[in-house]
Write a protein that binds this ligand. Structure first.
Ligand code: F6R
Length: 600
């Protein structure tokens, strides 16, 4: 989703901003722009499409040492050059980039800006016009006008503002949307994600909601909206440029799928204490004190949550409900007496999940976040955090984070079971190590999945994924992966449910992927496959070793029955990847999607 960068220093701002925007591409966007400030004033370059297009449009000789940049994921107004950021006030004095949604922009426009001819269809433009209005009509300073404008706003924002009459400052503010200040010798930067500015610094200052920052070249001043000054020390981002480069891979998604065995091993290491898998004592107590867990997440993370429910119920014997975050906050079920909320989020920034967290905290309930990003908003605002240790996930389609979520959920359920004295007949550490080796075997056999994608999906218009028990939940993730990157309409179903309606869609050649990893329902799912084959489906069965039958499409290594999702999802990821490649889709940046979904 939208990304922001800013630079105030001594070097060529243009190059730093463009490189920063390239690093933010993974978040998803449809247009981009930069504003460069030099003695002559502010110059804006913006384009619909990719950063590569913006690069071509930027005047090579445009030199400036202050600037701001933006990638836009359209919310208000179609993706085009006119709606691309930066936006300017009527006199062009003020230039603004914005990430988030100004919910009351229409009301503000009606109340204050009737006489102003808007240049775009965006909510953002209202802010920059208001700032100018308050400076002109009320004689406020830029920072006073900035504060006044923000005090009127309902919604989410990360903002960077230039004033053409101030050659030294970038004005910054944040509410609900992520934003960091990067600090260095003789420069300071602004960024939505540390990754974008690792090129110049690894020292970052977190911003909290409703804070304003005056960013000079040599210092930054943070204050609350009401003017109170805030002191906050920078932290060191534990990120390596190598983690965020593609290296020899053609796509991040392929790199990240290949990394999955290593991620599972890293999780074993990270959670091992005295030879046993363990989690923080305070988290254990919170899990133990709860009479019901409420897992809240979106997309792939919600699919992982469904398997997490099975882990907590089957291993730790705690009842669990799983809810998608966009619904939960506005349609809350009757809660138990002592709930613990578990937020699962790769990015830790998903706005839908965050709005639930805010409500839950207002209600006084404890919250645990399982995330890949230390210091992310959900992590900061929860009582407890468990990290995924998956390393940066850059491809929009989540792969290694999903596998990491399953592994960490298993560790948490297992540690809780031990603490509660539940008798366990397996050693999770050993079983996760076996699962990592099983994923290795699948990664090594990717050509088989490439062939399956070619055979089953090259010309498909739609596809079904079916399974029973845990396999059903993995089917949901398989379908999500396929649809988001190949644009083939795909649905995941419980094998037994198809005949209650959806089987009507099966026609000659419809691809149906069926998972067979759960012994107790293996015959039932095979029966469901027969039903669809009898109606013309082109079925591909993916079975665990020991449950295979002649004619199955792919045999995956046997692992502990509860851990099969970590393994069975991997061929589905690869099949989706190759299906998208065969169809010449932009695998890492699928259309309309954003990596970090920071608007509700
Ligand atoms: C799908 C995908 C999305 C995310 C969802 C939640 O591949 O990546 O469905 O899972 O947007 O994002 P996080 O996990 O960052 O909260």
């Amino acid at each position: 989703m939208c990304g922001i960068v800013g630079y105030n220093g001594l070097l060529d701002a243009k190059e730093i901003l463009l490189k920063g925007l390239e690093k933010l591409e993974y978040r998803g966007y449809d247009s981009a722009g930069i504003a460069l400030r030099n003695e002559a004033g502010v110059t804006i370059f913006k384009e619909k499409g990719r950063i590569a297009d913006l690069r071509k449009a930027v005047d090579e000789d445009a030199d400036a040492t202050i600037g701001i940049g933006h990638t836009r994921w359209a919310t208000h107004g179609v993706p085009n050059r006119r709606n691309a950021h930066p936006h300017q006030s009527a006199s062009s004095r003020f230039t603004l980039v914005h990430n988030g949604v100004i919910e009351n922009y229409h009301l503000l426009q009606k109340a204050y800006l009737k006489g102003i001819q808007m240049q775009s269809d965006t909510d953002t433009e209202v802010l920059v016009q208001l700032i100018e209005l308050f400076v002109k009509e009320e004689g406020l300073s830029t920072v006073e006008a900035f504060r006044k404008t923000l005090s009127l706003v309902h919604g989410s924002y990360a903002l960077a503002l230039l004033d053409s009459e101030d050659t030294e400052t970038i004005f910054v503010a944040k509410n609900k949307s992520p934003l960091l200040i990067g600090v260095g010798q003789d420069f300071n930067v602004v960024t939505s994600d540390a990754m974008a500015m690792l090129q110049v610094t690894n020292q970052f200052i977190e911003l909290h909601d409703k804070e304003i920052v005056i960013v000079h070249r040599n210092h930054v001043e943070i204050s609350k909206l009401d003017g109170r000054i805030v002191e906050r020390a920078p932290y060191t981002a534990e990120l390596d440029m190598g983690d965020i480069e593609k290296g020899p891979y053609p796509h991040y998604m392929l790199k990240e799928m290949d990394e999955q065995p290593g991620v599972v091993r890293k999780i074993i290491q990270a959670y091992e204490v005295n030879g046993e898998l363990a989690i923080d004592e305070a988290i254990l107590q919170a899990l133990n004190a709860a009479d019901r867990l409420y897992i809240i997440a979106a997309g792939t993370s919600a699919n992982a949550g469904l398997i997490g429910k099975q882990y907590f119920e089957k291993i730790a014997r705690i009842p669990v409900e799983v809810h998608i975050s966009s619904e939960f906050g506005y349609n809350m079920p009757l809660l138990s007496e002592k709930p613990l909320f578990i937020f699962i989020s790769q990015s830790g920034e998903t706005a839908d999940s965050r709005q639930v967290l805010v409500k839950v905290k207002e209600m006084g309930y404890p919250a645990l976040t399982i995330t890949n990003v230390a210091g992310s908003t959900l992590s900061r605002e929860s009582d407890y955090t468990l990290l995924l240790h998956a390393g940066p996930e850059i491809a929009v389609a989540s792969t290694k984070a999903y596998v990491a979520q399953l592994a960490v959920l298993a560790v948490a359920a297992y540690a809780t079971a031990k603490a509660r004295g539940v008798a366990l007949d397996f050693d999770l550490k050993q079983e996760l190590a076996i699962a990592a080796t099983a994923i290795d075997a699948i990664v090594d056999a990717k050509e088989t999945m490439e062939q399956i994608a070619e055979d089953y999906l090259k010309v498909a218009r739609n596809a079904f994924f079916i399974g029973r028990g845990l396999d059903f939940y993995v089917s949901l993730e398989g379908a999500l992966k396929l649809k988001e990157i190949s644009y083939i309409q795909a649905e995941g179903f419980a094998g037994g449910e198809l005949k209650h309606g959806t089987i009507a869609l099966i026609e000659e050649g419809t691809p149906v992927f069926a998972l067979v990893t759960q012994q107790e329902v293996a015959l039932n799912i095979r029966g469901n496959v027969k039903e669809v084959v009898a109606r013309g489906a082109n079925a591909c069965l993916i079975a665990s070793a020991g449950l295979e039958e002649e004619g199955d499409c792919l045999i995956i290594p046997h692992v502990h029955p509860l851990l099969t999702p970590l393994v069975s999802v991997v061929p589905l990821q690869f099949i989706s990847y190759y299906a998208a490649l065969h169809r010449r889709c932009d695998v890492d940046k699928p259309r309309n999607l954003a990596k970090s979904v920071t608007v509700e």
